[in-house]
Ligand binder design. Structure first.
Ligand code: NDP
Ligand SMILES: O=C(O)C1=N[C@H](C(=O)O)C[C@H](O)C1
Length: 248
């Protein structure tokens, strides 16, 4: 059995992942970290954690990053990070932690979004600068961060392919000029219980191409995180993502 510590165990994803782990015969949930203690083996911080585990899976909040990485480095525990809303500096810290421990990071653990990234890469290369590109993401009304980590990943993937010539635009409210071709617009909708939708729209003269992924359950992210956990516990220290895992 692979022993898991779950950071954010009492959050929405934490509760879904706990259920998926309890139903599995490969994983055992040994401890959880949550500010609101929900059971005997839940702790409110990494300082209190005594039980050893094979991997930490993190669906929490950026404020948890440094205590979690310090714990992982001190105890040599591999980590799967699924939290979003990190600053560029925090993303750099995640990357650098790979020098000490195996680190897996992905703002979207679903298989579908990773296929969407490949389709978007192909469309971007074929269409180059001939189409305007806009991204629309839709999420539930409890989501804290905007744009979603996935929307930023998509935008940055497109921008890299276009030699970083694009700038990301989140609002046109104060602009008094027409859309600049160098923009990638990102629109965020929040409402109800939408699990997560990401749509990339290529808008040309008289034609539109839309590439869209819709998550219909939070379980898909939980299954992806467990697959990442199985992958990361076999790796040497380093920084890994979905592409590395899907290559296996
Ligand atoms: N990579 C992926 O595939 C996916 C990533 N996510 C990301 O995972 C993260 C968690 O999502 P979700 O479970 O929906 O969120 P929730 O708000 O439901 O849960 C957040 C968890 O983080 C804990 N937490 C610790 N510090 C803070 C803080 N300062 N503010 C708020 N929460 C804190 C909460 O503790 P407490 O229980 O005490 O409130 C809770 O356990 C988000 O960043 C989300 O974007 C979500 C789905 C898929
Ligand atoms: O907060 C969520 O719920 C989700 N967050 C991730 C993101 O920010 O991209 C992934 C997924 O869309 C669900």
């Amino acid at each position: 059995m692979i022993k898991v510590t779950l950071n954010g165990s009492n959050g929405k994803m934490g509760r879904v992942l706990s259920k998926v782990i309890h139903e599995s015969n490969e994983f055992e949930l040994v401890t959880g970290i949550s500010r609101s203690i929900s059971s005997l083996n839940t702790y409110s911080s990494f300082d209190e954690l005594s039980e050893a585990s094979d991997v930490i899976i993190d669906f929490s909040h950026p404020t948890q990053l440094l205590p979690m990485l310090n714990y992982c480095k001190k105890h040599h525990v591999p980590v799967v990070i699924a939290t979003t809303g990190y600053s560029d500096e925090e993303l750099r810290i995640i990357h650098e932690a790979g020098a000490y421990i195996p680190v897996f990071y992905s703002p979207n653990m679903s298989l579908g979004v990773n296929l969407l990234l490949e389709l978007v890469s192909k469309a971007t290369v074929v269409l180059e600068d001939q189409f305007d590109i806009e991204i629309i993401e839709r999420h539930h009304n409890k989501k804290i961060d905007a744009p979603s980590g996935t929307a930023l990943l998509i935008a940055n993937t497109i921008n890299r392919l276009l030699e970083n010539q694009k700038s990301l635009v989140y609002s046109r409210q104060d602009k008094k000029v027409a859309r600049d071709p160098s923009e990638i617009g990102i629109m965020c909708l929040r409402g109800g219980t939408i699990v997560g939708e990401h749509e990339v729209v290529y808008i040309g003269n008289d034609e539109i191409i839309e590439i869209k992924h819709t998550a219909l359950s939070k379980e898909i992210f939980a299954y992806g995180a467990l697959r990442a956990a199985k992958f990361i516990i076999k790796q040497n220290p380093g920084y890994y993502g979905m592409k590395d895992m899907l290559k296996e």
